[in-house]
Design a protein around this ligand. Structure first.
Ligand SMILES: *Cc1c(COP(=O)(O)O)cnc(C)c1O
Length: 374
């Protein structure tokens, strides 16, 4: 079967290999079969291995998009009468603060500018003033802007104040190397369609087994999205509590084989090549990015719209889309931006090809090259 190859420059789902796409085509199977449980067991172990966790870490699978992990960690890992500290410099940590509001979880939403790194002294001050904070939560790579947060330092501060450290690593996991011990991570998370380059529908939390077991005693705030309940079901039966995304799990198994074959360092080097090619292409067309380059996580570039009356994101998007390249709108409320991302099974050549098409689009719609800014 010949499948059209699209180059996705959106922040996930990512471009996948044909072998991962085809891995979904399997005989029908009931996921309660032992064969299926054995496959999930292997996947759970591999997911811990990717972030270099040992026996004291485990992973728990869920059926849902990445946001389910945010929901699960916040609602499941907070003891009664304790508080969450959200270190917030972007859209995804804002989402976490919203989850807290919807569950009525006591929390402090400590906000910083979206283009600035969090002030760790302030984080420490808040922890000192609030000895009821049991969890510090942040986002590793704020996918809306592409800024990289200093998780290692933040985790050390959290631990010094007896709080657990939960990080949304959805847009770095299996791309930018992570080591849960060195990075002081108690819990991290991702979903199968991003760094692993599999399909949508499977998400997972990787974290400390002892902390999950301790959370058995915490208030149960959700029936479907509780970390301990899902973990316990897996440990006792090898199965997800409710129906898993069967075909996505087959694709994930294949994608993990390909991940380990490519290797952590080689894969990160490839994403870096792609990221640098994106910057080269943007520079050549005169575009400006939102985040200082030395603060970017190396995976997402957030680009300012030019101040050009002919600039029309929709038209440029459609022109590129029709030629197999997908670009993505921004996620910053106060500024008009679009994003180009270095995820997925793509390489430098794809980016060079994309910029040929983007240049054509700009010429077609009379958008000035180099791009103009006031
Ligand atoms: C993609 C992403 C998510 C999950 O988004 P979904 O649309 O629910 O898959 C969560 N956090 C970050 C940082 C992400 O990049």
């Amino acid at each position: 079967m010949k499948i059209k190859r699209n180059v996705l420059l959106n922040p996930g789902p990512a471009t996948t290999t044909d072998s991962v796409k085809m891995a979904q085509i399997v005989p029908d199977i009931c996921p309660r079969e032992k064969e299926f449980a054995a496959m999930m067991d292997g996947i759970r172990k591999d997911l811990v291995k990717i972030v270099h966790g040992g026996e004291d870490y485990t992973s728990v699978l869920f059926c849902g998009s990445g946001t389910i992990n945010i929901d699960i960690c916040l609602n499941s890992l907070l003891p009664a009468d304790k508080k969450v500290l959200i270190v917030n410099n972007g859209a995804y940590s804002t989402r976490a603060a919203e989850v807290c509001r919807y569950y009525g979880l006591p929390h402090i939403d400590l906000r910083f500018d979206i283009d600035a790194l969090p002030d760790l002294q302030k984080v420490e001050d808040v922890l000192r003033e609030n000895d009821d904070i049991a969890m510090v939560y942040t986002t590793h790579n704020e996918t809306g802007t592409g800024i990289l947060n200093p998780i290692r330092e933040m985790g050390a501060i959290a631990h010094a104040h007896n709080a657990i450290f939960v990080v949304d690593t959805t847009s770095t996991y299996a791309m930018r190397p992570i080591n849960v011990y060195e990075d002081n991570i108690d819990f991290c998370m991702a979903s199968a369609q991003k760094g692993i380059m599999a399909m949508t529908g499977l998400s997972f939390v990787v974290g400390k087994r002892a902390l999950i077991e301790a959370s058995q005693a915490y208030p149960k705030r959700s029936y479907y999205c509780n970390l301990f309940l899902q973990y316990d079901y897996f440990e006792k039966t090898g199965e997800m509590h409710f129906t898993p995304p069967v075909q996505t799990i087959y694709a994930t198994k294949q994608a993990l084989e390909e991940y380990f074959r490519e290797g952590e360092q080689a894969k990160w080097a490839r994403h870096t090549r792609v990221f640098e090619a994106i910057h080269r292409g943007l520079d050549a067309l005169g575009f400006r990015d939102v985040i200082r380059r030395d603060r970017q996580a190396g995976l997402v570039v957030s680009v300012l719209y030019p101040d050009d009356p002919h600039w029309d994101f929709e038209k440029v998007h459609d022109y590129c889309y029709e030629r197999g390249f997908t670009i993505y709108p921004g996620k910053i409320s106060a500024t008009d931006t679009f994003r180009l991302c270095a995820l997925g099974a793509i390489d430098e050549k794809d980016i060079d090809d994309f910029f040929v098409v983007l240049r054509q689009a700009m010429k077609k719609y009379d958008i000035a090259i180099p791009a103009v800014y006031k």
